[in-house]
Design a protein around this ligand. Structure first.
Ligand SMILES: *[C@@H]1O[C@H](CO)[C@@H](O)[C@H](O)[C@H]1NC(C)=O
Ligand SMILES: *[C@@H]1O[C@H](CO)[C@@H](O)[C@H](O)[C@H]1NC(C)=O
Ligand SMILES: *[C@@H]1O[C@H](CO)[C@@H](O)[C@H](O)[C@H]1NC(C)=O
Length: 440
């Protein structure tokens, strides 16, 4: 259903991205990445980037060896990925939205690594074949838009490159105010508010309680750095003072974290504002428990305020009473049943489901060592009770749902458009061999 033009555009992008020309007409990818993913065919494919694993081990990125995710599986984030699958399923069943068009998907795990997220994004628009000599402009339909990335730093990197090709990227969780720059990121959109609003809300909370002497902790990424910067500016305006300002390392550097907890412990500021994702904050909280830092009023940014990894008995004495900014919660009819009906299959492109299954039922599909339980694939999800099946707090998942619908509606509207010539809009090129004006 796509004209040769758009597919050629996608092929030429293949050459420019992660491939090197070995001999004329044949390209070879550099290095091998094992991307965990989920796939379903369709007329039009939506890409997705999800943080299905969060980091506990920090692998070395290299083009000489295979790189894989050596981290912990996150049930809650897998629910977000499945919510995208659910939304696509719902749209495909809806006769009024994108009639005669089947949406497919290709989802990847970003593994909270910039290199991994970036490679996954390039794979979405250029494919994963190790080599290809198909220069006649045929092949699978291209990914027309991307749901993700969840974090700000990879969203910036991905939008900087894919923005040149005007691939729409709609994030459900990246809040960095820097991403609002339309000149720099022309094809980036999001279904979550910018941090500019969050910082204002936090200052209001501080004002309300008359807390003027506070500590600040933030992750050393674009999210943390930008939020901290606006916070430092805004708190001066309101007349508050920052007792300390500490950066969380992007690796598990224990010495550094001990130092940070020492600063929190020694300070007279009882209120600690933290801008960080769960991954980078978890090592700090482990140290808070070890050093028994109690009596602190934590103020949580949206990225960790509702994260279940902090809702544990062990952390409760330290984090109980935390105030946080949460993103809006929503209800999604039918999602719970959908989540329970998931089944793994043998398709390698759906290995993310198999990893989830092994993690959920503590079994293996390919038994290697002794004492391992074999997965049958028939285990019953309705007997489980984890963050994956919990639909009482649909926040990021609800944003994912809205993101998929926004892309579907945009595509739907484009297809209703009157066809006019406009070079800007080469992406939207259908059977008609005419160019659709995106602005109509
Ligand atoms: C969908 O396809 C059918 C059969 O090809 C056609 O009759 C109908 O007009 C199409 N609908 C739209 C909205 O394109
Ligand atoms: C395009 O090229 C591929 C591989 O080079 C070949 O298998 C296929 O038949 C070709 N398709 C057309 C339409 O020429
Ligand atoms: C931790 O601190 C609290 C309050 O300061 C104290 O009551 C408790 O005994 C301490 N626990 C340990 C294990 O030191």
């Amino acid at each position: 259903m796509w004209t040769a033009q758009i597919i050629c555009l996608y092929l030429s992008f293949k050459f420019n991205s992660a491939a090197s020309i070995l001999r004329s007409g044949t390209c070879q990818l550099q290095g091998r990445f094992r991307l965990n993913g989920m796939y379903q065919a369709g007329d039009v494919i939506l890409g997705g980037l999800f943080e299905v694993h969060f980091l506990t081990v920090f692998p070395e990125l290299s083009f000489r060896t295979d790189v894989y995710c050596l981290c912990e599986f996150a049930q809650m984030f897998f629910q977000q990925a499945q919510t995208m699958v659910f939304a696509i399923d719902e749209i495909n069943k809806n006769p009024d939205l994108l009639p005669n068009i089947t949406l497919g998907y290709q989802l990847y795990d970003n593994c909270v690594m910039l290199g991994m997220a970036f490679r996954a994004a390039l794979s979405l628009v250029s494919g994963t074949e190790v080599s290809f000599s198909n220069l006649n402009c045929t092949g699978p339909p291209p990914v027309i838009g991307i749901v993700g990335d969840s974090n700000s730093t990879p969203s910036i990197a991905i939008s900087s490159v894919l923005g040149l090709f005007r691939v729409p990227i709609v994030s459900y969780f990246a809040t960095c105010s820097c991403l609002s720059n339309r000149k720099k990121y022309p094809s980036f959109f999001r279904t979550i508010p910018s941090d500019a609003f969050q910082v204002r809300a936090m200052i209001k909370i501080l004002k309300h309680f008359g807390w003027t002497w506070v500590g600040l902790v933030y992750s050393d990424d674009d999210y943390g750095n930008h939020a901290a910067q606006s916070f430092l500016q805004d708190i001066q305006v309101f007349g508050g003072c920052v007792a300390f300002s500490e950066i969380l390392p992007l690796d598990n550097n224990r010495k550094y974290i001990q130092h940070t907890v020492g600063v929190i412990q020694a300070s007279t500021a009882r209120v600690v504002v933290v801008f960080s994702t769960s991954t980078y904050l978890l090592p700090l909280m482990d140290e808070v428990v070890l050093q028994n830092v109690t009596d602190r009023q934590w103020i949580a940014s949206e990225a960790w305020a509702t994260s279940p990894v902090f809702h544990t008995q062990r952390l409760l004495p330290f984090l109980g009473g935390t105030l946080g900014i949460a993103i809006r919660r929503g209800e999604i009819q039918g999602l719970h049943e959908f989540l329970l009906h998931l089944r793994p299959n043998n398709d390698q492109r759906n290995n993310m489901v198999r990893i989830f299954w092994e993690n959920m039922f503590k079994c293996r599909f390919n038994i290697e060592g002794r004492g391992e339980k074999m997965c049958s694939g028939q285990e019953d999800l309705s007997n489980t009770d984890t963050a994956y099946t919990d639909v009482s707090e649909l926040r990021a998942s609800y944003n994912v749902y809205k993101t998929v619908y926004s892309l579907a509606h945009a595509l739907h509207d484009l297809m209703q458009c009157v066809l006019t010539l406009d070079e800007e809009a080469l992406y939207w090129n259908f059977e008609t061999k005419k160019v659709i004006n995106i602005t109509c």
